[in-house]
Design a protein around this ligand. Structure first.
Ligand code: GLU
Length: 423
């Protein structure tokens, strides 16, 4: 069914694959891409679906489903994170994989796009159980990943320990290969600055947008939904750049303080109690209330479909910076535009993670390590350049920032795919 028919019949949430298709088609229309070429660019090259029998700590055997979708490698090896979430579906992974293709192209990184996932409830599993799931998953996909083939990385509920297990398991099977995965611990070939790279990049994009819109960082306020790795580091770096973080939330609750939260103290509180809620000196309200907080910058940093028709009416911000992948349901974007709210798209805003993944991969291949300052300065250059290109394209083509970002990415991937040929 064409997008428009479905939209006219009413609102519903789109999964990542449908959301990705929605944006793709709009950019492809602007670029006047031929239908057969669209099908080639939009569909994944390979989808791996595996069943993983894993022994749990209590001696029971549990089956997990694992996915790895390799979307496009016209511009280089497949690249993208691995997500552990009980509700992850192949459809979501498919969409998330395509977002990686557009993200790496937009940033000019020599990679394609992929995404992986396992439907496990990582938050309620022991480290030993997670290690067994990770090793089983790595064995199952090992023939199709590799430093020049497909390079996984962290994503929702996966961290540097999970990356270390992937590296170790793959190396056992194929010989020592640190460049098979990024986001590793520093001691195993990880890069300085990788752990906070996504959040740091979010803060740089906010800073650029503020500059362009005559907003002084010192007089501005940000609100952040989600206080995991990305949300916390975005808060930390925004605070460092002078912006007050007035509210943050996680699944336990939302805390706010008009004078600005002490971000590191909130982090310590969450480490101790498991949630930001009841942070001393701030008020705790329901998680969902985060979207009704008045602010300059609203930063969804959790999962997809956070901003929907249910909270559209409450949102009071100048701009939304998509730190998560797909946090804005595409069907509410016209509503946001009507309210004068700019959406700075995920493939730009949260690209700091994969940019520093690229630096890590380069360091691994060259067996040469960079300083944190070098990583930071190269990250700033890449993100500011990409930001400027998106702003200029949007003006030139009279489209919003998302369509501009997609247009730049699609042109690059289309040109690489065409030049390489189909034979
Ligand atoms: N999971 C991150 C993302 O969605 C990072 C991917 C990577 O570093 O390959 O961009």
């Amino acid at each position: 069914m064409p997008d428009n028919d479905r939209e006219e019949k009413g609102f519903r949430l789109l999964d990542c694959n449908e959301a990705s298709k929605h944006h793709f088609e709009r950019a492809a229309n602007k670029l006047k891409l031929k239908r057969e070429f669209r099908d080639w660019l939009r569909n994944p090259f390979r989808e791996i679906y595996v069943h993983l029998p894993v022994m749990m700590d209590d001696g029971s055997l549990k089956m997990f489903e694992g996915f790895r979708v390799q979307h496009n490698n016209a511009r280089g090896p497949y690249k993208g994170g691995t997500r552990y979430h009980p509700e992850v579906t192949l459809g979501d992974i498919r969409g998330l994989a395509s977002w990686m293709t557009w993200k790496t192209a937009l940033l000019g990184l020599p990679f394609g796009g992929a995404k992986g996932g396992v439907n496990c409830d990582a938050k309620n599993m022991s480290a030993a159980e997670l290690e067994r799931v990770t090793r089983k998953y790595t064995q199952a996909i090992s023939a199709d990943i590799g430093p020049y083939q497909d390079v996984p990385a962290p994503d929702v509920n996966t961290n540097e320990n999970v990356m270390a297990w992937i590296m170790d398991e793959y190396s056992k099977l194929r010989g020592y290969s640190p460049a098979v995965v990024t986001g590793k611990p520093i001691d195993l070939g990880g890069s300085p600055g990788r752990i906070d790279a996504t959040g740091r990049g979010v803060a740089y994009i906010v800073q650029q947008w503020a500059l362009d819109n005559n907003i002084e960082m010192e007089k501005s306020g940000a609100v952040i939904q989600g206080f995991g790795n990305v949300g916390f580091h975005a808060a930390y770096h925004l605070d460092r750049l002078g912006c007050k973080v007035t509210a943050v939330s996680d699944t336990g609750g939302c805390i706010f303080k008009q004078e600005g939260l002490d971000v590191e103290a909130v982090y310590e509180h969450k480490e101790k109690t498991g949630s930001v809620k009841d942070f001393p000196g701030a008020e705790t309200i329901d998680s969902e209330q985060i979207f009704s907080m008045d602010c300059d910058f609203l930063i969804p940093a959790a999962l997809e479909n956070a901003i929907t028709k249910d909270n559209l009416g409450q949102i009071k911000t100048k701009a939304i910076f998509e730190a998560a992948n797909g946090p804005t349901c595409p069907l509410v974007e016209p509503g946001l535009a009507d309210k004068g709210i700019t959406v700075v798209p995920d493939i730009l805003t949260n690209s700091g993670g994969v940019v520093v993944s690229y630096f890590e991969w380069v360091q691994n291949l060259q067996q040469f390590t960079w300083s944190e300052d070098q990583v930071d300065s190269e990250l700033q250059t890449k993100m500011k350049n990409a930001y400027r290109k998106v702003i200029d394209k949007a003006k030139e083509e009279k489209v919003n920032l998302r369509i501009a970002a997609y247009m730049i990415a699609l042109e690059k991937v289309a040109s690489a795919a065409k030049t390489r040929g189909v034979y």
